[in-house]
Structure formats: C-alpha cells, structure tokens
Ligand binder design. Structure first.
Ligand SMILES: *Cc1c(COP(=O)(O)O)cnc(C)c1O
Length: 350
C-alpha cells in the first residue's frame, strides 16, 4: 500500500535520448556538455549519465557543477570529459585531480590553490578559465584577465596546469547584452592565444542561447534544461524536444465533490499551485488546495481510490508541463522539478 500511494516522477529514457539527439543536431559542430547540477535537474544523475554515454551519438562531455556531482558522473563515465565549475576546497580539488575532472576557475585565488594542489600531487590540472563578461557572478574581470592568464601560462609551462578551455556565462537579458558579452569573450580568448595558450573548449552558451543564437556558440555548449525537455519560462516550444518527466499521484480518498490525491507540499509541490488543472481519469480537474502530504482536487464521477492522476508532464490529456505550472507562480520549470524531495520515487522507464 505504501509504495502504491507514493507519488512518482516517471522519467522516460527514450524521450531523454530523443532530446539529446535533437540538441546535438541543432548545435553541431559544437559539442554538447550535458549540465547535471542539482542531481541532473532532479531527474537523477546515474541513469542519465549511463543513457547519455550509450546514446546513438554518445555524449562525451558532462558538467557536474560541484566536485561531488562530478565524481558521481565519473563513476558512470570512465572516458568522458567531466567539468566542475564551482570553486572548491583543496580537498575537493585533490579528489577532482585524481578522478581527471576538469576544473572551471573564475578567480586568481582559486587558480593559485589549484596550481598548489597539482604541484603537490604531481598531476597536471586541466583548467577552464572563466572570464566575467558582464554577469558579475564569479569570473575573472576583464581588467585582471591578462595578469591571471600570464600566471596560468607560467604554471602551464611548468607542467602544473593545462589551460584547456575558456568559458563564461551569459545574462540572457537581451540580445544586445549577450552580443557584447560574446565580443568580450572572443577578446579574452585572443589574449590566451597571444600568450601561447591553445584552449580547445570555448563555451559561453546554455540552453536558450545555444539553440536560438548560433553565432554565439563556441566549440562547446553547456546545456541542461533543453536536454531534460524543460523549455524556458514564457519561451516557445522547442522543436524535437519534449519533457521527460511526469509527476503522478494516486487517489487516496474519494469525498464525492472532491478527491484527495497523495502528493503535497512536503513532497515539494508548491502550495500556491492551487487552481492549476491536472489530468485525472475523469478529465482535466482543478486543484482546490495543496496540504502537506495530500492535495484536494475537484472530483469526477466514478473516482476510485488508487486511480492515477498526472500533476504535470506527459499524459494522455492536456496536462501542463513543469514550465506551464512554473509560469503560474512566476518561476521556472527547473524549480518545479528540482524541488521534488527524495520522498518522490523516481521511476525510469524506457
Ligand atoms: C546550469 C548551467 C548551465 C545550463 O543551463 P540551462 O539553461 O539549463 O541549459 C550552463 N552553464 C552554467 C554555468 C550553469 O550553471
């Protein structure tokens, strides 16, 4: 009874593979770096890495954000490039170097710590230097760039590091700002080359800009959302890309006018989603109220305990996707999925 009544996030491996193929097709010849922060956006790292490296066109680069997630990726992807861009402790850097994880470096202090650790271990750290192109969220400032790159090149000549990439992150607030960021990015790459560097991985864009602004792509695109089928809030559908996860919950009580389903705010469903419609065997029905572990839904005739409902995601009716729910409450689809707690069972289907 217990597991029958547990809400589940049903995830389609096949749909995920189709999304990967669509994204790779769109961004080629740039390579996909699959972003996997927050446990692969709430879908689960392990199965997703296994699926991605087994794809018809295998994913060869993964972005783990932190070292811990990157180590989980490395366990499943022995050969892949794994990139961790969060500034990390010396202990984490050491683990990363042992596991051949490449490091994103966005400030001079972190660079010197990485150099120290790699010297101590006698292992060359593969480093992607981050230029701040306007987002002001970590990244080496343009006025400091030449000096930091010079330090990096000195360490590279000594064998402590290899600068294998240059990267940045776009604000995606306006095309004009992003154009300006791309210009600053190209200048930063030129500086590295002029000082003798040969970074092969140049990456600036995430889902939306990689898809819609081909002129801004470098040699690599860091993409999470679209691979998991999460479109941008207030953004268009993406051709060939569809949500991979559906949140399903069973009827646990029939009260006639209303029906109670077994999912609530303690599972991570925001209570302010009351008023949204979900898929039920009786058709689309409105959420009346979301409590801690249960949700009250407008009833339908013939409702029975155990009936399955779809709160979001692929269903056989007009179910909202996670982004549609997010738009109701002024957030993004990623947040709807990553908020779901560990009490929501993840079920991976073919
Ligand atoms: C999360 C993240 C991405 C991926 O963004 P999406 O919009 O999900 O594709 C890329 N780069 C960085 C630095 C990120 O933190």
């Amino acid at each position: 009874m217990d597991s029958l009544m547990t809400p589940t996030l049903e995830i389609s491996r096949g749909r995920f593979l189709q999304n990967l193929a669509a994204v790779q097709e769109r961004i080629g010849p740039a390579r996909l770096m699959l972003a996997m922060k927050d446990d692969a956006y709430g879908h689960g790292v392990e199965w997703a890495v296994a699926a991605a490296i087994d794809a018809a066109r295998p994913v060869e680069m993964f972005g783990g954000y932190d070292v811990h997630t990157s180590l989980r990726i490395r366990e499943r992807a022995e050969q892949a490039t794994v990139f961790a861009w969060a500034s990390s402790t010396d202990e984490e850097v050491e683990l990363a170097l042992h596991a051949r994880i490449e490091l994103g470096v966005g400030d001079a202090d972190y660079l010197s710590r990485v150099i120290d650790v790699s010297r101590r271990l006698g292992r060359t750290a593969r480093v992607h230097l981050k230029i701040d192109t306007g987002l002001h969220r970590n990244g080496i400032r343009p006025e400091d760039w030449s000096r930091v790159v010079a330090d990096a090149m000195t360490a590279q000549r000594a064998g402590a590091i290899e600068v294998v990439g240059v990267w940045s992150h776009l604000a995606e607030a306006s095309d004009a700002e992003d154009d300006e960021s791309a210009r600053a990015f190209r200048e930063a790459v030129d500086v590295v080359r002029a000082m003798g560097g040969a970074p092969a991985s140049l990456h600036l864009t995430a889902s939306a800009a990689s898809w819609w602004r081909p002129e801004l792509r470098g040699t690599v695109c860091r993409i999470g959302a679209f691979c998991y089928g999460i479109r941008s809030a207030d953004g268009p559908e993406i051709p060939g890309v569809a949500p991979i996860a559906a949140l399903r919950a069973r009827v646990i009580e029939d009260r006639g006018d209303d029906v109670v389903i077994g999912v609530g705010s303690f599972h991570g469903l925001p209570s302010i989603l009351a008023g949204a419609s979900i898929g039920t065997p009786g058709g689309m029905r409105e959420i009346v109220r979301i409590d801690q572990t249960r949700t009250l839904v407008r009833g339908w005739s013939g409702a029975r305990v155990g009936d399955m409902t779809t709160v979001f995601g692929p269903g056989d009716q007009d179910e909202p996707d996670a982004t549609t729910l997010a738009e109701r409450i002024g957030t993004v689809g990623e947040e709807i999925i990553t908020r779901l707690t560990g009490t929501v069972r993840r079920v991976i289907e073919d």
